[in-house]
Design a protein around this ligand. Sequence first.
Ligand SMILES: [Fe+2]
Length: 393
Amino acid sequence: MLDRWCAGRLPAKPHTVFEIEPGVAAYEECITRAGFEGPFSLLYHRGRPHEAEPIDGARGFPAPAGVPTTHLLRRHYRCFDLPGPSEEDATPLRARTPLLYSEDIVLGFVRPRRPDTGYFANGDADDLYFVQRGGGVLRSVFGDLRFGQGDYVCVPKGTVHRFVPDAGADQAWLSIECKRGLDLPHHYRNAVGQLRMDAPYSHRDFRRPEFVGALDEGVREITVKRNDAFFAFRSRHSPLDVVGWDGSAYPFALPILSFQPRVGLLHLPPPVHATFEANGALICSFVPRPLDFHPRANPCPYPHASVDVDEVLFYANGAFGSRRGIGEGSLSHHPAGIPHGPHPGAYERAFAGEVGARTEEVAVMLDCSAPLQRTRAALACEDAGYHASFAGP
Ligand SMILES: [Fe+2]
């Protein structure tokens, strides 16, 4: 959650009668986190936000269903080898394909081709997307948030929204459902919650929704996800009938390339790349940067056994100095319990001084506390030779 933001018309004090027209009072909606202890936003609606009626016909993306883990292996999936959604399931809400999941997070790949026809509110999780290809508009009760290639897009739990992908654009998004919440790492903030001057990004790097005023697109259906099931509701009025809001819980976008990388004389471990903190997962950004600059530095990361976490890497541009055989849209999963590290040859190239002074890699990494299971869909795009590729010369 970010700093307080406000848009549109607000009463001078919360919880007071707010006349938006003579004799017409707004309905205040409080969106709160952690019960009433966490970040919150207050929205002012023309109509009651809580009068939608349940209807039949809810549809969404499939709940993750695991296949047994018979071998503990390092694994590699090529997300662009996944079959695209059918025309019926080509909306962002339905086009998501879960690949890896735990009790904390669900990682998926989304290839939408047309806008959502109704609104969606995820009651299970904060949704974080990384836009590998494409762009569009996230339309929500908070306004319109424009996003494009290379952006992270955060949609807080419970936000009524729909995606309008750019028409004709090739869309490919990594999705990360954070079931126990998502935030910025707390050590990047000072005592009053402001991002510290030595944080790897500033408040100015985040894009907030542009408020467009109360909106009626003629859309009345709201699909709500709770406990991995989908439920449909029909509202009597436009759910986007908001005349103003303020608070700290709202959608935002962050370009991955706005992350200011840290570099060291010698190799620094992944937490220096921390970008988001989900309960149960640390989400890191690897971006172009100078490599370690000690005259005898080994810029190739050491093999390691991070025995408390499963590591996942999504390779955005296919460049990653210590790996081979990966490309744009690759997803690697290195489970806890066995060590992982550079591919054969990477260390030797570093010793021979054949590694340049910079890396151009762009990647999203997750260190996940709970063991990840894979879905049947993941099997369809697995590189079966990945584990063995670490053994040869
Ligand atoms: Fe690692």
